[in-house]
Design a binder for this molecule. Structure first.
Ligand SMILES: Cc1cc2nc3c(=O)[nH]c(=O)nc-3n(C[C@H](O)[C@H](O)[C@H](O)COP(=O)(O)OP(=O)(O)OC[C@H]3O[C@@H](n4cnc5c(N)ncnc54)[C@H](O)[C@@H]3O)c2cc1C
Length: 461
């Protein structure tokens, strides 16, 4: 006789929770998953997927401009926001259905409810009021956009602003929008709204957006945004936000005054552990409210694990999925497996894109490498007839002693598609010589990566 209702109870039906429940159920375990909102979680409902659909929508305006140089005339092109949002919502609902179907097909039970801890093995389902017990529990509750700068500074008037959650459901396209933040979500939405025709200002308190990315990428995207007509306000923050009639009024520490239709905060995300009552289960939280875990995603309670954004490690969908798969190996297959965080590729879906894998020039030097840098900046073939002054930048950071490629950084069209495959090469510990001995595929932008013979410069740590 089993002591508990389930072998595994998963809290959260997002990228991590869905993968863990499917894989654990496939081992024969009795699995239940609670989701309080919509199956698929942030990535599917209000993150990666809807965002990329909006990115595609935003790029048609530039594509149409480029097309003129190729002989096309589309006449008076018009864009309709409600059509885009309705079509996006239809696709998201389809994906949500697929996620639900796949979890059920794996033999797991889905409970549409909010689950909170009652004791180390018991969860209360808030809507139904019922309790369930489980031998093992996985916390995969994700995170949410914050309206606070740092840990304490609440933005004055921050409640007037939207976050990315609401941006996906605006009734109409703002004519003028102010976006606060310097991370990838802020930059992506700045490009989305700009491409769709809004006047966009980006306000960021740091000196350059995209902290942690290679400096050349950060400079390239800043220059490109300004050249495209986006207003970029660096070293700036709000001192006042207020509603004036139908519009919003913002004032900055640099004396700037901006009137706009919407203000979007993309200033960070906080783990979803509020009112989860993890203390009743002996689960420790970190300073930001993240669930503290060991190398195997195990919390301070031995039978409770946590994966994905709620642990505040690397906040990306493939990482949450990888952590979930390692968790199932560890907890259900008697094969303790640590997630591997080396060489995680990542992208910013700006226009054009940024994509990166491995060490930035700055990080490579901080880690004590003597480096050789190979850099190339060129006008992509598309834009020769297209006519716009757009440039692509590619950069390889190479360890001078071993010739190993430590990092690859691209700013240009299709950068993310290219970097995914470069990540395979880095995983295989490719050297610059391996890149050089690879046959180029012509005419492409990516061929530049295997034809950069001339070292741009060398640097010591
Ligand atoms: C705008 C945006 C764009 C993004 N773009 C990308 C991208 O391009 N590429 C990329 O890799 N990543 C991207 N991400 C990040 C990615 O979405 C997350 O890293 C990923 O979704 C994390 O998965 P998760 O399982 O940890 O959490 P989530 O997917 O957030 O899932 C957590 C789920 O738990 C549910 N939940 C919370 N508390 C409870 C509770 N007590 N009971 C029941 N259910 C609960 C929530 O409703 C949610 O559905 C983006 C994120 C955002 C916000």
């Amino acid at each position: 006789m089993t002591l508990y209702d389930y072998d595994l109870f998963v809290i959260g039906g997002g990228s991590g929770g869905v993968r863990a429940s499917r894989m654990a159920a496939a081992t024969g375990a009795r699995v239940a998953l609670a989701e309080e909102y919509r199956m698929g979680g942030t990535c599917v409902i209000r993150g990666c997927i809807p965002k990329k659909l909006l990115v595609y929508a935003s790029q048609f305006s530039e594509n149409m401009k480029d097309a003129a140089g190729y002989g096309w005339d589309f006449g008076d092109a018009k864009f309709d926001w409600p059509t885009l949002i309705a079509n996006k919502d239809k696709e998201i609902a389809r994906l949500e259905g697929l996620y639900t179907k796949n979890v059920l097909a794996a033999g797991a039970t889905i409970i549409q409810d909010r689950a909170v801890f009652e004791d180390p093995h018991t969860l209360r389902l808030l809507n139904s009021g019922k309790t369930v017990t489980a031998e093992k529990i996985l916390i995969a509750t994700g995170n949410h956009p914050t309206r606070e700068m740092g840990t304490s500074h609440v933005i004055p008037g921050g409640n007037l602003c939207i976050t990315s959650d609401e941006a996906f459901h605006l009734k109409q396209l703002p004519k003028r929008i102010l976006i606060a933040g310097g991370g990838y979500i802020a930059l992506e939405f700045a490009h989305i709204f700009h491409g769709l025709g809004a006047h966009v200002s980006l306000i960021y308190r740091g000196q350059k957006p995209l902290r942690g990315f290679d400096d050349d990428l950060r400079d390239a995207v800043c220059d490109s945004m300004q050249a495209r007509g986006l207003e970029v306000l660096l070293g700036s923050e709000f001192t006042k936000l207020e509603k004036r009639g139908d519009r919003l009024h913002a004032e900055t520490n640099k004396g700037g005054m901006i009137d706009c239709d919407q203000i979007m905060l993309a200033i960070g995300r906080m783990p979803n552990t509020m009112a989860l009552h993890v203390e009743k289960a002996g689960v420790e939280l970190g300073m930001r409210g993240e669930v503290k875990v060991d190398d195997y995603s195990r919390t301070s309670a031995a039978h409770i694990y946590a994966v994905g954004d709620v642990t505040d490690r690397v906040q990306l969908t493939p990482v949450a999925i990888h952590e979930a798969m390692c968790f199932v190996e560890t907890a259900f297959k008697d094969n303790p497996t640590k997630p591997d965080y080396l060489n995680i590729p990542s992208a910013v879906f700006s226009t054009p894109e940024i994509a990166t894998v491995g060490l930035s020039e700055e990080k490579a030097r901080l880690r004590g490498h003597n480096i050789d840098v190979y850099k190339s900046s060129f006008r992509p073939l598309l834009h020769t007839l297209g006519g716009r002054e757009v440039r692509t930048m590619m950069k390889l950071v190479v360890d001078a002693a071993t010739d190993k490629v430590l990092g690859c950084h691209i700013f240009g069209d299709h950068a993310a598609e290219i970097i995914q495959i470069v990540a395979v090469a880095l995983k295989m510990r490719a050297t610059k010589k391996d890149f050089d001995s690879t046959m180029a595929l012509h005419p492409t932008a990516a061929e530049e990566l295997v034809t950069m013979r001339q070292k741009s410069y060398s640097k010591t740590p």
